[in-house]
Design a protein around this ligand. Structure first.
Ligand SMILES: [Zn+2]
Length: 475
């Protein structure tokens, strides 16, 4: 006598045919031993039952062993099928059909190909604990409400290309043992893949309009999320990527990757975030990044949020770990900018940080301090020239030539303040300067101005040296 796993008696009570079993619940072994007559009879009865039940009405087919010919249930509106614990031995085809609200497929087993291409699920549907032993395809299928695939086993390739999930989608603990294709799939609501296990997974151009949660998921082969759209939180915490992860955006423009959490994630092979804009500082705490991590054309917009400085510090350390100097300097700069938004950072530190940013972009720009140094020297030369010109020694007829000569001497004087700083504080220096600035009070003013020039020049040279060291450090 057939019993459901919950201990309920057979729902086809009046169809007892083979000793303990009704036609619908005859175990697979008995079918295997029979000459096929039983299967033909079963096929006939199944089709008859489905056709006789009006759409929207419930058809209890729990535990049915579909050991019949391939079932073609395509292009029709089907009743609300309860296929829990059923076993489908031959290919089954639901292409372009509508499976009425209340359809349940939990713990069903599909031994051959299951075709749900362009199938419409108007209500919430559950495939939890179901097993697809052969290929399954849901291309362009439409899930109008919640779709549950918890603990579902896909033992062969599965295809969700261009599938539309309008409600919440849950693939928690699902196992994809073949390739899984979610390319151009649209998840309009929550997309849960917590602890799911993938081989090669293709989420290319998928649209995650709600949060995309892949915490503790495992990708044994390549994980392709390139060109995918992410609108809400993206969580890949403790996710393992064993053979490459591609989160890159299109080549032509940058696309957003909002709040991204990659904490404790493990990237064992090449990883790409090319052309992505991180709207909030991405969290990579305790993550293991690969040396081949592509951050070309990426933007990190957030320097104001609470955890931004810590987030960038982690990335800076990760980049230091893989000896990526350029990226390390980049995250150092971002960390410094973020620190300026902390209330506990003292004003002087903020000011110093701002100046360091302005004069060399935190040591990332070696050219800028040199340009500033030459501008400073030019301005200093002009100031000294104006000051020196106030003396009345130049003959009127010789004004132009004398003035040009004086300008040259002032340029020499300005350069001297760089190579030989604080000269005017020594007697020898003062005697030499006296020839240019004969007035004692003027000389005193020049003494302080040249000191300022010396200090600024020394600072710019030091910053230039630091920037060179950042760039060419080999340790
Ligand atoms: Zn039965």
């Amino acid at each position: 006598m057939y019993e459901t796993p919950k201990g309920e008696a057979c729902q086809f009570g009046d169809e007892q045919t083979l000793g303990d079993y009704c036609l619908f619940h005859v175990p697979e072994e008995i079918h295997d031993r029979s000459d096929g007559e039983l299967s033909d009879l079963l096929h006939e009865r199944v089709v008859q039952l489905i056709e006789q039940t009006p759409s929207q009405q419930k058809l209890d087919m729990r535990g049915v062993v579909f050991a019949c010919k391939p079932l073609d249930l395509s292009h029709r509106t089907l009743p609300s099928l309860d296929l829990r614990y059923s076993i489908v031995q031959q290919p089954i085809n639901f292409e372009c059909s509508t499976l009425s609200t209340g359809t349940k497929l939990d713990s069903a087993t599909f031994r051959k190909n299951a075709n749900f291409n362009s199938t419409t699920f108007p209500g919430s549907v559950s495939f939890s604990n179901a097993t697809f032993e052969a290929t399954s395809s849901f291309c362009a299928a439409s899930f109008k409400s919640d779709a549950l695939f918890m603990h579902t086993m896909f033992q062969d390739d599965t295809d969700f290309h261009e599938t539309a999930f309008d409600g919440a989608t849950c693939f928690n603990y699902a196992q994809f043992q073949g390739t899984s294709r979610f390319s151009s799939t649209r998840f309009s609501n929550l997309a849960l893949f917590y602890s799911a296990e993938f081989e090669s997974a293709n989420f290319r151009s998928a649209q995650f309009l709600g949060p995309a949660l892949f915490g503790s998921a495992k990708f044994t082969d390549h994980a392709a999320f390139d060109l995918a759209t992410f609108r809400k939180d993206v969580v890949f915490s403790a996710t393992t990527f064993n053979n490459g992860a591609d989160f890159s955006g299109p080549l032509t423009h940058k696309t957003e990757l909002p709040s991204a959490d990659f904490q404790d994630a493990v990237f064992r092979s090449s990883t790409s975030f090319r052309s992505r804009v991180f709207v909030t500082a991405p969290l990579f705490h305790q993550a293991t990044l690969h040396q081949n991590t592509n951050l070309d054309c990426t933007d990190f917009q957030d320097v104001a949020s609470d955890g931004a400085a810590r987030a960038y510090r982690t990335l800076k350390l990760a980049m230091e770990h893989v000896r990526s100097r350029h990226e390390e300097a980049r995250f150092y700069a971002l960390e410094q900018k973020a620190l300026r938004h902390h209330v506990e950072t003292p004003t002087w530190a903020n000011a110093a940080s701002w100046i360091y940013e302005q004069i060399s972009d935190f040591g990332r720009d070696a050219l800028r301090p040199l340009i500033l140094l030459s501008s400073l020297s030019t301005v200093a030369t002009l100031v000294y020239w104006i000051a020196a010109s106030t003396r009345a020694e130049i003959a009127v007829g010789d004004a132009i030539g004398g003035s040009a000569q004086l300008l040259g001497r002032c340029a020499d004087f300005a350069v001297k303040q760089i190579i030989n700083p604080f000269e005017l504080w020594k007697l020898q220096g003062r005697i030499e300067a006296h020839q240019l600035f004969p007035s004692a009070s003027l000389l005193n003013v020049i003494k302080y101005l040249s000191t300022l020039q010396s200090v600024l020049s020394a600072t710019l040279l030091a910053v230039f040296g630091l920037a060179l060291r950042w760039r060419f450090r080999r340790d």
